[in-house]
Design a protein around this ligand. Structure first.
Ligand SMILES: NC(=O)C1=CN([C@@H]2O[C@H](COP(=O)(O)OP(=O)(O)OC[C@H]3O[C@@H](n4cnc5c(N)ncnc54)[C@H](O)[C@@H]3O)[C@@H](O)[C@H]2O)C=CC1
Ligand SMILES: O=C(O)[C@@H]1CCC=N1
Length: 269
């Protein structure tokens, strides 16, 4: 019996694939211990080709798996849980990754079962997720430990109060998209300044990676690290001045707030 039992995915889309590949890369699971379902043939094929078992009915995932990831769009979570509710047993832990769907809503649809909400992000694919989780009333310390262990092989998973999960969604759940835009923009800037595209993109990505590492490894405030780059009357302050004129920091803050607000809206649907 594998450590986590069988892992099920109801919804085999982008995030389910990122999680499954990440857990497998992190040697936490083998694809032969994964069972997935999705109404889209192409998504089933992706999981089948990875070596997972695929089934055509959501209930079959519940019958075969112990830890069940609910990885459908938030609007479908209630429908899917009501569909499988009668098959849920004591061995099951339900892990919803849906943005905005609250533990109370999950409980209403699934019944009083062991529920965990996790907000992961796609960098779990490369072992660098920034995730947060909160536990439903019936979830046990063992569930918390199991989810933490699974996610610690693909990055970090911090336990938070549920009231913070929309903010987490706006920051780290959606955040990779903002960073990809930043990398694309840095790269475009490099091309505009004369660099070949491949060199510009490599430099842009490595600059973001290295800068993030400096924050995590030195423990220094990002403002202090920024000051270390900006020579008096030098090149960097000229660039920083342009970012400030474009309200860069305010725009990024607004992006996080807009995404967090959208997560709250999804809770009300
Ligand atoms: N993409 C991301 O970066 C993140 C996504 N999430 C959450 O993950 C969930 C899935 O998002 P994505 O993977 O981006 O979307 P997606 O659209 O790629 O995947 C959803 C999958 O669910 C399938 N599906 C639809 N109805 C179904 C049903 N009745 N039964 C089973 N499967 C069904 C769809 O065919 C699709 O393949 C969402 O709730 C989202 O909030 C959370 C964190 C990050
Ligand atoms: O865009 C979305 O709704 C999902 C949730 C967080 C990241 N992607």
């Amino acid at each position: 019996m594998p450590e986590f039992g069988k892992i099920g995915f109801i919804g085999a889309g982008q995030m389910a694939e990122a999680l499954a590949r990440g857990f497998s890369n992190g040697k936490m699971i083998k694809f032969e211990d994964v069972v997935a379902t999705d109404p889209t043939e192409a998504r089933m094929k992706v999981f089948k080709d990875l070596g997972a078992q695929t089934v055509t009915d959501n209930k079959q995932v519940v019958e075969k798996a112990d830890v069940i990831f609910i990885a459908v769009k938030p609007q479908y979570v209630g429908v899917v849980l009501k569909e499988v509710r009668s098959s849920l047993k004591d061995n099951h832990t339900i892990v919803s990754i849906a943005a905005g769907v609250t533990l109370a809503q999950l409980k209403e649809a699934a019944g009083d079962v062991r529920l965990v909400r996790v907000m992961p992000n796609t960098p779990c694919l490369v072992g660098e997720t920034a995730s947060a989780m909160c536990l439903g009333p019936k979830a046990t310390d063992k569930d918390a430990e199991m989810v933490r262990k699974l996610f610690s092989t693909v990055g970090q998973c911090i336990q938070v109060d549920e009231s913070l999960l929309s903010a987490v969604t706006g920051l780290s759940g959606s955040g990779p998209a903002y960073v990809f835009l930043m990398i694309e923009a840095l790269s475009d800037g490099g091309v505009r300044a004369g660099l070949p595209r491949d060199i510009a993109q490599a430099l842009a990505a490595q600059t973001v990676l290295g800068s993030a590492k400096m924050v995590t490894e030195t423990g220094k405030h990002p403002g202090q690290l920024k000051d270390m780059v900006t020579s008096p009357a030098g090149t960097t302050i000229a660039g920083v001045h342009e970012l400030e004129k474009g309200a860069f920091r305010s725009t990024v803050m607004n992006a996080v707030i807009a995404a967090a607000n959208r997560a709250n809206e999804l809770s009300k649907q």
